[in-house]
Design a protein around this ligand. Structure first.
Ligand SMILES: Nc1ncnc2c1ncn2[C@@H]1O[C@H](COP(=O)(O)OP(=O)(O)OP(=O)(O)O)[C@@H](O)[C@H]1O
Ligand SMILES: [Mg+2]
Length: 248
């Protein structure tokens, strides 16, 4: 289980998250909605413990342990993984080696396992030989990020806009892969993995059957509820309107 209690975070001296509270139970997939610049990515990177994200107040509890002050590498070891919205280019490291590292393999050679997993993401052996994110198209970046996340077998998978800029055919592919990662075809009582997915689109919900959604506005969670209801509320009334309806 993940529990975020009263999390308040400053970035570059500016308050970006304000008293954020969220509980994700084992086996649940949650969706985080909200306008551009509202603090969604900041929340994910704060959960991962990026040093630039200064926790001013609050706690992050993961599997019963307070991880608020742990180094990012320790959080990853405990089972937190992410697919970044804007991952960096890593010159000199090819994607195949990176996936091997994610799987815990020691070799730089592209293994059968890596090749098979990449194939499922519609990524070829040639593609695996390229430096991570160097010259990747927008959709290729997303598939490469999801591939690395799947290879990690994280207990808690955070996905930051995995569906943005993805074409219709690849949307189905990544939707199914994320659904599989989050064990959405298992009975609820059998699901172990937790997920937190940031999206601006409704299509991805067809694949992940999220349990709960949250709307973030100006660094606060202003509304939580049934994902499809919240999304249609936002479509009809905008973010502010949806918040007002939620608070009635
Ligand atoms: N390193 C930083 N330095 C300065 N400001 C930052 C930094 N990181 C985030 N911010 C600011 O914090 C606010 C929230 O950013 P964040 O990336 O969390 O938004 P978001 O909700 O993910 O938006 P989007 O939907 O566009 O991805 C923005 O105003 C952003 O400019
Ligand atoms: Mg973002």
């Amino acid at each position: 289980m993940l529990e975020i209690r009263g999390l308040t975070v400053d970035v570059a001296g500016r308050r970006v998250l304000n008293d954020v509270n969220m509980i994700i139970q084992e086996g649940e997939a949650h969706v985080l909605l909200g306008p551009n610049g509202s603090g969604k990515t900041t929340l994910l990177l704060s959960i991962l413990g990026f040093p630039r994200y200064e926790v001013k107040e609050g706690e992050i509890i993961f599997k019963g342990e307070d991880i608020t002050d742990l180094h990012t590498s320790e959080r990853v070891k405990r089972g937190i993984g992410i697919s970044f919205q804007n991952p960096p280019v890593i010159k000199g490291v090819n994607l195949g080696s990176m996936v091997n590292i994610c799987m815990g393999e020691k070799t730089d050679e592209i293994t059968e396992k890596t090749l098979e997993l990449a194939g499922k993401m519609n990524l070829s052996e040639e593609f695996l030989k390229r430096d991570v994110n160097f010259g990747f198209s927008g959709g290729e970046v997303k598939r490469s990020e999801i591939l690395q996340l799947i290879a990690q077998h994280s207990d808690f998978a955070m996905l930051d806009e995995p569906d943005s800029g993805v074409d219709i055919e690849n949307m189905e592919l990544i939707g199914k892969m994320i659904g599989e990662l989050l064990q959405r075809d298992y009975l609820p009582s059998k699901r172990k993995r937790m997920g937190l997915i940031i999206t601006h689109l409704a299509t991805i919900l067809d694949y992940i059957h999220a349990d709960r959604a949250h709307v973030m506005l100006n660094g606060r969670i202003v509304c939580s509820g049934v994902p499809e209801e919240l999304l249609s509320g936002i479509k009809k009334n905008g973010y502010e309107g949806c918040m007002r309806l939620c608070q009635k």
